[in-house]
Design a protein around this ligand. Structure first.
Ligand code: PDD
Length: 284
């Protein structure tokens, strides 16, 4: 059975129980991170930790565990669950308090939960990875830069995509694509430039995004961090997404319109390959 971490203890998943008064449960007052594991090692871990701390700070949520502890717990869970390829999920909530909109006393201990999930990254073919997306209005709140567990609209969007026979949704606010329901969104223009939304409160500043843009820079590709509309996306040569759960995955269709020749494109394939190589080399 899967071993998980809860508030200082390693437990079988069926024994890990938290209070119904936990603010993560009652108010979605919790933040999280998902770190990919390749060859039993953590990918972009420093970036995920830094963003976790940023999310905590934006919500004025006190948290006393240090980076070395968090790294040790991540590693221990990878080992206990024999994860060669997969994910580690960490969630930190503001802890247990009576239901009150006002944040509880700063002395309230956080609830910290971690667990792993097996997932195959490196063996998936381009065709398996190919995503068909639909376009939906971005009806999330306007602090998408904070990685909170308040994911209901993203979940609704993905379900709507599934109902429409697609794999995922790209979200549009004020006529411009923000990001995917749980990924950053990119297009490749006819001139070969990579375009992705600039970082602001309207998107999550992806850890994979940063690393993949660095790979693109190394390849000498032109980068444009700006908004793009659906017409530009549909006319693009290529499209793709990035996230810790998909790494780099091609998008082959947007609202039923084939992107390029409708097959996974070479830029996304090359970036995936280089990102995987870099990640493996720098994994901890
Ligand atoms: N989601 N944008 C959104 C809205 C996301 O939820 C995610 C990640 C990303 C990509 O961020 P990163 O490259 O740091 O994973 C962008 C995670 C994987 C999830 O919720 O499962």
């Amino acid at each position: 059975m899967r071993q998980v971490y809860l508030n200082g203890q390693y437990l079988p998943e069926t024994e890990a129980k938290i209070s119904i008064f936990d603010r993560g449960f009652v108010f979605a007052d919790a933040v999280y991170e998902v770190t990919a594991v390749l060859d039993g090692k953590l990918i972009d871990f420093a970036g995920h930790l830094a963003r976790l701390r940023r999310s905590l700070g934006e919500l004025d949520m006190p948290f006393s565990m240090d980076d070395a502890d968090l790294l040790a717990i991540h590693r221990r869970l990878v080992e206990l669950n024999q994860i060669d390829e997969g994910l580690v999920y960490i969630q930190v909530s503001r802890g247990v308090a009576d239901r009150d909109f006002i944040f509880p006393d700063r002395a309230t201990p956080n609830t910290v939960v971690l667990y792993t999930q097996k997932k195959h990254f490196s063996t998936r073919s381009a065709a398996e990875l190919a995503q068909r997306v639909i376009i939906l209005e971005d009806q999330r709140w306007q602090r998408c830069d904070i990685k909170t567990v308040q994911l209901l609209y993203s979940s609704m969007a993905k379900n709507q995509a599934k109902k429409a026979g697609a794999d995922d949704a790209w979200l549009v606010r004020d006529g411009l694509v923000t990001e995917g329901s749980s990924s950053n969104a990119y297009i490749v223009t006819a001139e070969g430039a990579i375009v992705t939304r600039d970082v602001s409160n309207l998107i999550l500043n992806g850890i994979t995004r940063r690393a993949v843009l660095e790979c693109a820079r190394e390849l000498g590709l032109t980068l444009e961090e700006r908004g793009f509309d659906v017409a530009e996306a549909k006319a693009a040569k290529e499209a793709f997404i990035t996230s810790a759960t998909t790494l780099v995955s091609p998008v082959v269709q947007i609202d039923g319109v084939a992107i390029g020749d409708g097959k996974p494109g070479p830029v996304a394939a090359r970036l995936r390959e280089i990102y995987l190589a870099h990640s493996r080399a720098e994994a901890i």
